[in-house]
Design a protein around this ligand. Structure first.
Ligand SMILES: [Zn+2]
Length: 258
């Protein structure tokens, strides 16, 4: 594909990332994501279109509001950059296909859930419902997965987390999984199908263990606070989205099944 066209897909992805920033900020507060237009939370100054260009504006404003000079979080351009880059990867990978559409919707939902869960410890239901509705429409219009994979993926996702939640409850007497995590995994299964869902869930647990131990070392005896599982689910499922086939291949060869 031409570099010029790919560049515009990055720009489009970054612009969507800018919208995701609005969703991450407003959805947990139950504010409208459409109006009012973006404003500085410190001085209420309306953000002009030129100050609202993904990534670029942050650099030109040197990370400060033009009205009150209060700092703009570096997270805004980072999210725009991640969204642009992943959009580019998907288009390079799968071109103008239904597979790409499904992958992109899943990625945008993943980014939103990742940051909302870190900030508030919740995965809002409307996001998951939107995801399920979108993947259903894609499945009905062009079938991005076979129906058996579509349904068994969701069963695998939800089932595995319900099982983990029950084990956690009976063995360790504490809540290890929330309802939001289970609903997200159900949706993940609809997007990814059974094989990638299993890869994604295992990757999530590996990320959780690895990062959990690292944080423990950094924080020492001080408890680092409860870390929600949603961000790990997003990291794991995005890993599976891009590398699920390769990981499954390596694993199956390793255990002698391929
Ligand atoms: Zn301001």
């Amino acid at each position: 594909m031409e570099a010029f066209i790919l560049f515009w897909f990055f720009v489009l992805g970054a612009a969507i990332g800018s919208f995701l920033n609005v969703c991450i900020y407003r959805l947990p507060q139950k504010l409208s994501i459409i109006s009012p237009p973006s404003f500085c939370p410190q001085c209420d100054r309306k953000i002009k279109p030129l100050e609202n260009i993904p990534i670029i504006s942050y650099i030109f404003l040197r990370g400060k509001c033009r009205g009150c000079s209060s700092k703009i979080s570096i997270r805004y351009p980072i999210i725009e950059f991640i969204s642009g880059t992943l959009t580019l990867f998907v288009i390079i990978d799968s071109g103008y296909t239904l597979t790409s559409a499904a992958a992109l919707i899943f990625i945008y939902i993943g980014i939103t859930v990742f940051f909302i869960d870190i900030d508030h410890g919740i995965i809002p239901d409307p996001i998951v419902i939107l995801g399920v509705a979108a993947v259903l429409i894609i499945q009905l219009t062009g079938r991005h997965l076979g129906w058996v994979d579509f349904i068994s993926g969701a069963a695998a996702g939800a089932g595995f987390l319900i099982f983990t939640a029950l084990v956690g409850k009976f063995m360790f007497k504490k809540e290890s999984m929330g309802g939001g995590d289970i609903k997200f995994s159900f949706m993940m299964g609809l997007f990814l199908g059974p094989q990638n869902t299993v890869v994604g869930l295992f990757a999530s647990f590996i990320f959780a263990a690895f990062i959990g131990i690292t944080l423990k070392i950094i924080h020492g005896d001080k408890p680092a606070g409860e870390i929600p599982f949603g961000p790990y689910l997003v990291m794991g499922s995005l890993t599976a989205l891009f590398y699920g086939d390769i990981i499954a291949d390596i694993y199956l060869t390793w255990v002698g099944l391929r």
